[in-house]
Design a protein around this ligand. Structure first.
Ligand SMILES: *Cc1c(COP(=O)(O)O)cnc(C)c1O
Length: 431
């Protein structure tokens, strides 16, 4: 009935998440409110892990891209589930450190890492640093020499394949700011340098072609391009990469219209091609990593808002105002990203209205336009579905709105995993 299988409707006709009545959560914790379902989050971790194990045995690693949803509790869960984790900033790394996450399972990304971030990564002995560019490669070598440690690195490669997704989240084409281009000889030059530089231990290569990709073909093509690159490097420089990180980008179903293949399918299609190419080219199967971000937490999460005025502009549109906005979900403003909306206390009624959901920021900040919704009135609770990824993590304090709390539900009970901000927090750093 819903796009997320963890949602339901109880005997009162209210929306439930992980078996908990969403209207009770709104009452107890206030709105706006982020709600995450722990069971589905863990289930997604396990599905990825199982699929990788089935195809690659011990040579398959799942590395959660933490930018999708990052807080200490998530790192604790990942640790229990045995996943690795990506971080892309000192702040994300600090969060992982604070949560006691094993540093050997951290992959450190970023296209403009600072000397401080590189030092922090080496001090904490992160598992891999994914080097994006020549300046970073030289800087890392110098810092590692100074610290008398060795840096285990991967090089980020642009495999230069076409992908079908929003242009703001395409990251593997020649025009991308990320990584070394395979097709121009730049990447080969980077390998040559990495093999020469002191205190640099080149483990292999990484690519990430984009986000919210809904076809398996793009991933197969990227894997193919990377295998050909590995083979070229072996021929030219006698270096055979032991590791290949294929990035993330697995798309999810945001609305009824989206068609998202099951994760297992991506993994199977890609592994079949990798194994065939390894055999054809005489390569041993490298350690394969994947980095799903969005697809692990997205469906775990919903956001709850309270409706304010329902403003009818005759023959133009109807606005349903809510007590949040682009501060807690900037994705419609950034990408025109579509979501499903449900009136929590009317969840079993048909969605007979077409409305725009207006945020409360001093912008035209819709959370959706032309969306289907049950007839609502001021005071009703509205849920936005599949907001577990890139909502909390992209939230801001624009208009000095305090960020909402994040509540996690498990076995019918809720607990706060990130406290809501207060007005005092809004002036914490003001002098
Ligand atoms: C964002 C990102 C991911 C995860 O992408 P999703 O679309 O969230 O799956 C993986 N790897 C890298 C390097 C990223 O930047």
């Amino acid at each position: 009935m819903f796009i997320s299988k963890n949602l339901g409707v109880n005997e009162l006709g209210n929306l439930t998440i992980g078996g908990v009545d969403a209207s009770l959560l709104a009452k107890e914790y206030g709105t706006p409110l982020y709600v995450m379902d722990e069971a589905l989050f863990r289930d997604n971790c396990r599905r990825y892990k199982r699929a990788m194990e089935l195809d690659y045995g011990r040579k398959g690693i799942v590395c959660y891209a933490s930018k999708a949803f990052c807080c200490k509790e998530v790192f604790k869960i990942l640790k229990e589930e045995g996943l690795w984790a990506d971080v892309a900033s000192g702040g994300e790394l600090y969060t992982a450190v604070s949560a006691g996450f094993p540093m050997g399972k951290i992959v450190f990304h970023g296209c403009c890492k600072t000397a401080d971030e590189l030092t922090m990564a080496l001090k904490n002995k992160v598992g891999r640093i994914v080097v994006d560019n020549f300046s970073e490669l030289s800087a890392l070598s110098e810092i590692a020499v100074e610290m008398d440690v060795s840096a285990d690195i991967m090089l980020r490669i642009k495999p230069c394949v076409e992908v079908h997704t929003h242009e703001l989240v395409q990251t593997g084409n020649i025009d991308s700011k990320f990584g070394f281009a395979a097709q121009t000889g730049e990447a080969l030059e980077a390998v040559r340098l990495a093999l020469l530089l002191r205190n640099i231990n080149l483990k292999g290569f990484h690519c990430h072609i984009g986000s919210q990709i809904l076809d398996t073909d793009s991933f197969v093509k990227a894997a193919e391009a990377m295998l050909l690159f590995i083979s070229e490097v072996k021929e030219q420089l006698s270096f055979e990469a032991g590791e290949l990180n294929l990035g993330g980008g697995f798309g999810i179903k945001y609305t009824e219209e989206d068609k998202a293949p099951e994760y297992e399918l991506y993994i199977n299609d890609v592994s079949a091609r990798i194994k065939k190419l390894c055999a054809d080219k005489g390569l041993s199967l490298p350690l394969i990593m994947i980095e799903p971000g969005r697809s692990i937490p997205a469906h775990s999460g919903i956001t709850l808002y309270t409706a304010g005025e329902v403003k009818v502009i005759p023959e133009v549109r109807t606005y349903v105002m809510v007590d949040g906005g682009l501060t807690d979900n900037p994705r419609y403003s950034m990408y025109k990203a579509k979501y499903e909306f449900i009136a929590v206390n009317k969840a079993s009624e048909p969605k007979s209205e077409i409305v725009s959901i207006a945020g409360k920021c001093c912008e035209k900040d819709p959370l959706g336009e032309g969306v289907k919704l049950q007839p609502v009135e001021s005071g009703d609770i509205i849920a936005v579905l599949a907001t577990g990824a890139f909502n909390y993590s992209m939230s801001s304090n624009y208009n000095r709105f305090p960020r909402p709390p994040v509540v996690m539900v498990r076995n019918g009970k809720a607990r706060i995993i990130v406290k809501g901000e207060t007005y005092e927090d809004m002036i914490r750093n003001d002098l």
